[in-house]
Structures are given as structure tokens and as C-alpha cells.
Design a protein around this ligand. Structure first.
Ligand code: GUN
Length: 296
């Protein structure tokens, strides 16, 4: 029997409905509106598409949302000054600088300039450190989306063997930390595979949950998966364009093979992607509550 599809797009819709109610209640009871600014430097088409989707969702949820587009040749100093402006803006609870930044801009320096209390991506070292010790203010969006999807789909994570393929700062490392912590949707035994791992298949084949975040199209084949495993595909690889110019996307998992072996699998698109955006919205609502000292 083919695997059940873990449709992040549907789960994300549910969470957005919950968030919309929360935003209404924040307005009514406290007179505050969550504010999100997305800063896009340059004209990378994939980044433009992600940022548009983030802004659209923020708008739908009733946020104060600002899209700040800047030219590719914006100097590092000007970008730092822009971040400083939003750090000081009381209407802004979340600042997102879309990555990658143009060559010549030091990404780490930029991320360090964001006020950690407005760092809704959770990329600032303060937030990375808080996550590491199990006391996060914000969870990084893609890992948070994966964990929420596992929880809401009823996947048993506690005690599970998890193989994460990929060790990026955005996905691989933080999801490994989150799933091994104590707490709901966690308590797993996690193995992280990367480009120097001798035998990736050895690790994925014994995992109850495989998280593919390698950035390589269809890297995880069907024969690398244990029958009945849950497969989360984080890959977003553009493999071409349709006749009307839309991007054709494939994941890091060979879906047609894996769907015959796994018990559940996320599709690409419509799996992890929509969850990531929704978690950004959740973080912005959290930021608003933190800034106005509003308890849950
Ligand atoms: N580029 C790709 N993914 C992300 C993300 O989650 N946040 C930001 N800021 N940039 C990205």
C-alpha cells in the first residue's frame, strides 16, 4: 500500500486558522498587532517567490506587514542601518532578512545585527544557544514545521530512531537538536548524516523517521528506507520550468520509489514548505506577545 501523504499544506491551513483567531484576540483584548518586515536584497527569483508567499500569509493573518526590497548592490553598512531602524520600530515584532544575501555581504554580521527578540528566523547565535539548552524563545521555522507535522500526524517520535541527512545551520543541525531534547514530539535517538558519512544508507535504512535535507535532488532512494518508516522531505530543488514559466520542484527523496516503501511521506511541493511559512507567522505572534509582555 502506498504511503500516507503528510500534507503540510493542509496542516498549515489549520494552524493559520488558529493563528488568525489569536491575532484577532490580541487586537481586541490588548490593542496590539503583530508586525513582520521581510527584507529582500537583490532579485533572486526563488527568494522573491518565498518572500511573496511570506508577505501574502502575513497579510491574510491581519499582521502589520512590510516588504522592504533593496537593490543587489546595497552596501553592508546600509543594510546594517536598515536593520537598526527596524530593531527600534515598535510596530515591528519580527525581522526576516531573506537568505542568501548577495556576494560580498557578510551574512553572519547581518544576522548578528538583528535584535534577538525580533529574530523570528531564530538564526541569531543567542537564539541558537537558547535552543541548544532547551530554553528557546523562537524555534527555527523549518525544523519547527517538521516537528509540528510529526506531532499532528500522530507519528511516534519519542524513542524513535531518526536519521537526518544534511547538517545545515537552517535545518539539519537544529532539527537534530530539537528531536533529541526532552519534550513532546522529541526524545528521539538522532543520527546526522553528511557528505563525509561513510555509509548513509546504513543509517537511513535503520531509521523509523528519515529527514532528508541534503539539498541534492532525489538523493534518498526507495532502497535506503526501512519499510514502514516516516519520510520527511525538506528538499526544494528546481528541475525546470513549465510552459507557462512556473518552477518545477523536486525534493531530496525519490518520491515515486519512497512512497511504495514508507508508511507516510511529505510531498514536494505541499509538504514541509507551507509549514515553514506558517511557523514564521507563529514566531511573529510570539514576538508580539514577548514585546508586549502578554502571557499565553
Ligand atoms: N532562505 C532559505 N530559507 C530561509 C529561511 O528560512 N529564512 C531566511 N531568512 N532565508 C531563507
Amino acid at each position: 500500500m502506498p504511503a500516507k501523504l503528510l500534507k503540510g499544506a493542509e496542516v498549515a491551513k489549520e494552524i493559520r486558522a488558529e493563528l488568525k483567531k489569536e491575532v484577532e484576540s490580541l487586537k481586541e483584548k490588548h490593542g496590539v498587532v503583530p508586525g513582520l518586515v521581510t527584507i529582500l536584497v537583490g532579485e533572486n527569483p526563488a527568494s522573491q517567490s518565498y518572500v511573496r508567499a511570506k508577505q501574502k500569509t502575513a497579510h491574510e493573518l491581519g499582521f502589520h506587514s512590510v516588504q522592504d526590497n533593496q537593490p543587489a548592490d546595497l552596501s553592508e553598512d546600509k543594510l546594517l542601518a536598515l536593520i537598526d531602524k527596524y530593531n527600534k520600530d515598535p510596530q515591528i515584532d519580527g525581522i526576516l532578512v531573506q537568505l542568501p544575501l548577495p556576494k560580498g555581504v557578510n551574512e553572519n554580521k547581518i544576522l548578528l545585527a538583528i535584535d534577538p527578540s525580533k529574530d523570528v528566523d531564530a538564526f541569531h547565535p543567542v537564539n541558537v544557544g537558547k535552543l541548544m539548552i532547551g530554553e528557546p524563545d523562537y524555534l527555527p521555522c523549518t525544523p519547527a514545521g517538521i516537528q509540528e507535522l510529526l506531532i499532528r500526524s500522530g507519528t511516534e517520535v519519542s524513542g524513535a530512531e531518526v536519521a537526518v541527512v544534511g547538517r545545515s545551520n537552517i535545518v539539519g543541525k537544529p532539527i537534530a537538536v530539537m528531536l533529541m531534547q526532552k519534550g513532546p514530539g522529541a526524545n528521539a535517538t538522532v543520527t546526522v548524516c553528511h557528505t563525509r558519512t561513510k555509509d548513509v544508507k546504513f543509517h537511513t535504512k535503520r531509521a523509523d523517521i528519515v529527514i532528508a535535507a541534503a539539498g541534492v535532488t532525489e538523493y534518498v532512494k526507495g532502497d535506503m528506507i526501512k519499510p514502514g518508516a516516516v519520510v520527511i522531505d525538506v528538499g526544494v530543488n528546481e528541475v525546470g520550468k513549465t510552459a507557462d514559466g512556473k518552477r518545477i520542484l523536486k525534493g531530496d527523496v525519490a518520491f515515486d520509489e519512497a512512497v511504495e516503501v514508507a508508511s507516510a511521506i511529505t510531498p514536494v511541493p505541499g509538504g514541509v514548505g507551507p509549514m515553514t511559512i506558517t511557523m514564521l507567522m507563529k514566531n511573529t505572534v510570539r514576538g508580539c506577545k514577548l514585546h508586549h509582555n502578554i502571557k499565553d
